[in-house]
Design a binder for this molecule. Structure first.
Ligand code: IPM
Ligand code: MG
Length: 363
């Protein structure tokens, strides 16, 4: 087993650096305990990179990521860089990384922990037992399809985005979905809009063609509007949901609400399949940079800490270490510690640093 790992760290903007510090605190503790050395390579990305280098994704940042075993990311963006007329945005850095690193498979798990059921906006009967993963295609569809432009005509301005997928792109993301389902409750929900979109009809055909290769996995097809409804009606029925880029963007924000706070949810973006055991990947909390919370030791670092666990599992192949992190987080929550976003009214909460210390203390 290898013991030295190079990790690119892109803390980004807003609360990004604060939650990242805590994730690294926890991972260094894992390193001590299990005998690994993590070399952290800090680089600028997002708004901070625009300020310092005039671009959200400097070449050196991309190069460092490519040379590393994995990438940890905090959050990017903020009102300072929000002008819709701006030439470049922090988010462009994120999209450039996804494309530049070939991160086509985005895994967004949503697990409702029993002790947090009451901090969600849902009745306990709806969210109890929810344990699903959305597998979102991340380098195709509307985000990257060409043509993509805006222009003037004699009758006013027009704009176009393109929703395009090749069968290879569809097959590799569906494969991740099937494999993940196989390692879990063996149910795959493929989400599309095949009643309207040609790209969705291809998607559904490819899914049907692949199904015989995974006889142990139950495949169901669901239209995206119906899936949006299912997610808040009977979310516990869902196991693995696989879908194209834009649908996945929307459905994962919706799904995140089931868990009570975005501050709890990690994500992985992988460039290889799951079967390899160790795929290059980028790991980030699903929440944003929360500029109004920045610098106050308030933010919940658990999403970033759990993203670190996903990194241990999917990019470094360190399953026992990943579980140790997840167990430590559970232990801290079971002991009743809460950051502001998940605290019950009237109870006291802990800060970002304290939460990081508590989790690291249980590794
Ligand atoms: C996400 C975000 C990004 C996306 C934005 C920041 C470009 O919403 O990761 O879901 O749309 O993919
Ligand atoms: Mg989104």
């Amino acid at each position: 087993m290898r013991m030295n790992y190079n990790i690119a760290v892109l803390s980004g903007d807003g609360i990004g650096p604060e939650v990242m510090t805590e994730a690294i605190k926890v991972l260094d503790k894992v390193g001590q305990k299990f005998g690994h050395q993590f070399a952290w390579h800090y680089r600028d990305m997002g708004g901070i990179a625009i300020d310092r280098h005039g671009t959200p994704l400097p070449n050196d940042t991309l190069k460092t990521c490519k040379k590393s075993d994995a990438v940890l990311l905090g959050a990017v963006g903020g009102p300072k860089w929000d002008d819709p007329k701006a030439k470049t945005r922090p988010e462009d850095g994120l999209l450039g990384l996804r494309k530049g690193l070939g991160l086509f498979a985005n895994l967004r798990p949503v697990k409702v922990l029993p002790m947090l059921v009451d901090s969600t906006n849902f009745k306990p009967g709806i969210v109890t037992g929810v344990d699903l993963v959305v597998v979102r295609e991340l380098t195709g569809g509307l985000y990257f399809g060409k043509p993509k432009r805006q222009w003037r005509t004699t009758r006013g301005r027009r704009a176009v985005d393109t929703l395009a997928y090749s069968e290879q792109e569809i097959e590799r993301i569906l494969q991740v979905g099937f494999e993940l389902a196989r390692s879990r409750r063996k149910k795959l929900t493929s989400v599309d809009k095949a009643n309207v979109l040609e790209s969705s009809r291809l998607w559904r055909q490819v899914a049907i063609e692949m199904a015989p290769r995974y006889p142990d996995v139950e495949l169901e097809h669901m239209l995206v509007d119906s899936c949006a409804m299912r997610l808040i009606q009977r979310p516990a029925d869902l196991d693995v949901v696989v879908t194209e880029n834009t649908f996945g963007d929307i459905l994962t924000d919706e799904a995140s609400m089931l868990a009570g706070s975005m501050g709890m949810l990690p994500s992985a973006s992988l460039s290889g399949g799951l079967s390899s055991g160790a795929s290059f990947g980028l790991y980030e909390p699903i929440h944003g940079s929360a500029p109004r919370r920045a610098g106050q030791n308030l933010a919940n670092p658990i999403a970033t800490i759990l993203s670190g666990a996903m990194m241990l599992r999917y990019s470094l192949g360190l399953e026992a270490e990943a579980r140790a992190v997840e167990k430590a987080v559970l232990g801290v929550l079971e002991a009743g510690h809460r950051t502001y976003d998940i605290v019950e009214p009237g109870k006291t909460s802990v800060g970002t640093r304290e939460m990081g210390d508590l989790v690291a203390g249980r590794i």
